[in-house]
Design a protein around this ligand. Structure first.
Ligand code: ADP
Ligand code: MG
Length: 412
């Protein structure tokens, strides 16, 4: 089988030259190319190339950070870095960060090809030695981030109920209900209230304790269990001033540690795109973007989607419409065409059930499981688990026959 290679190089001419050179070799299959670090990591995470050929001039991120991030996001890829000149210190740092080899320019065609083959062989040996599965036979989990640029759009409502629904759905099977929820609303987190938890620990304590390194066991000690469902929650700090101590590093470490032990990790995020939010979106395999039927929310969602599409592959971004049955004169297909998406799901508005559930601290997928809103979220959980949902597609009837003003707004 040909060796799959991702070429990451900021310089267009040199990138194209390398791609052309590699494409001439039948033992190599160039599966993608990238001009900046984030893009390279994103493609690697999705396509899992055998080799990432990374040029030291890569843009957007420091080369060492790119290597580290590749290590986390696509550990089975062997990273080869090409640098200008022989800077031994840099080479050592790159190797320590996880690069398998470093080449100094100018690199001959033969050198390049033989390095790709030898790194590929070394990676194969390593894979055979460690067996097909990861740590302790547990398949690493999927990260689902819930995001919306609009406050009050229902992110926490969805995160809490989806988390509980997934925990319950997975609870009876052999893999155990390993579902975790991280409340990344570092200033005003409210998942603990929604789930009526009495947390002893929060992410603030964990950030402090794990200052110089975290692992799955440490993170486990800081989780609070939601007894009724088995969902495990990393609760947000108790007061806003603790938010400062929580860095991108904390978020990356927390998510990576949870991924080892949990089948699903849901991350509830704030509407602000601060660096910790981006770290969670980066780590996610799916971003559920919530929007609602009002012009301001849709406008923000459109802008946010434009940005997210630049950072991530299209499949990763899935839009869900909350309060989908509001009678406000905007039709669902207008929303879809304005945003340029097919909605992944629709959640109806149900003030009575949602507010009662929040006030009682009991998610409605448990307290009102037969309600339409609960069934929609349970279906979403079941679809996520790869099973058929219990309800239909969620098409809404009685949509008011109304104008095309959204189209005009978004496509002037
Ligand atoms: N589908 C819905 N029907 C009725 N009320 C909802 C719905 N979704 C959210 N809400 C309510 O709207 C408010 C904001 O929801 P929340 O999940 O806290 O938003 P966010 O986390 O995005 O800021 C809450 O009071 C919640 O109970
Ligand atoms: Mg919230």
């Amino acid at each position: 089988m040909a060796i799959s290679v991702l070429v990451a190089d900021a310089r267009t001419a040199s990138r194209q030259e390398t791609v052309a050179l590699l494409q001439r070799d039948r033992t190599i299959d160039v599966i993608g190319d990238a001009s900046d670090g984030r893009e390279a990591v994103e493609i690697a995470r999705t396509l899992r190339p055998a080799i990432v050929l990374l040029d030291g001039s890569i843009m957007g991120m420091d080369t060492i950070a790119v290597v580290e991030s590749l290590q986390v996001n696509s550990p089975e890829s062997g990273v080869i870095v090409v640098i200008d000149g022989t800077n031994l210190d840099l080479m050592r740092s790159l190797m320590r960060a996880g690069a398998r080899d470093c080449l100094a320019r100018p690199v001959s065609e033969q050198d390049l090809l033989s390095t790709i083959h030898s790194v590929d062989q070394a990676m194969q040996k390593q894979r055979e030695a460690s067996g097909a599965t990861g740590v302790a036979g547990v398949k690493p989990g999927s990260i689902i981030a819930v995001y919306s640029p609009q406050g009050g759009s229902g992110k926490s409502m969805l995160a809490a109920n989806l988390g509980v629904a997934l925990a319950r759905e997975t609870g009876s099977n052999a893999q155990k209900g390993r579902v975790a929820l991280v409340d990344l609303n570092l200033q005003f987190g409210d998942i603990d209230l929604m789930l009526n938890l009495n947390p002893e620990n929060t992410i603030a304590g964990l950030a402090q304790k794990g200052h110089s390194g975290m692992d799955a066991d440490l993170v486990e000690q800081y989780l609070t269990v939601h007894e009724e469902s088995g969902l495990r929650i990393l609760v947000a700090p108790s007061t806003p001033q603790y938010a400062e101590g929580i860095t991108v590093y904390t978020v990356e470490q927390v998510i990576e540690s949870l991924r080892e032990n949990y089948q699903y990790v849901i991350v509830d995020t704030p509407s602000q795109l601060q660096d910790t939010t981006l770290a969670a979106l980066d780590a996610a395999s799916t971003i559920l973007v919530l929007t609602t039927l009002d012009l301001l929310a849709l406008h923000k969602t459109k802008t946010a989607l434009e940005m997210l599409r630049q950072l991530y592959v299209a499949d990763k971004i899935q839009v869900i419409l909350n309060r989908a049955n509001s009678e406000v004169g905007i039709k669902i297909d207008e929303v879809e065409s304005a945003l340029g998406v097919t909605l992944r799901g629709q959640i109806p508005s149900d003030g009575k059930i949602v507010v009662t559930s929040v006030n009682e601290g009991r998610p409605f997928v448990l307290s009102a499981p037969t309600s339409v809103i609960a069934r929609r979220i349970t279906s979403l959980a079941q679809e996520t688990l790869g099973r058929e949902g219990v309800t239909g597609s969620g098409k809404i009837s009685d949509e008011p026959e109304r104008s095309n003003f959204l189209k005009r707004w978004f496509n002037p």
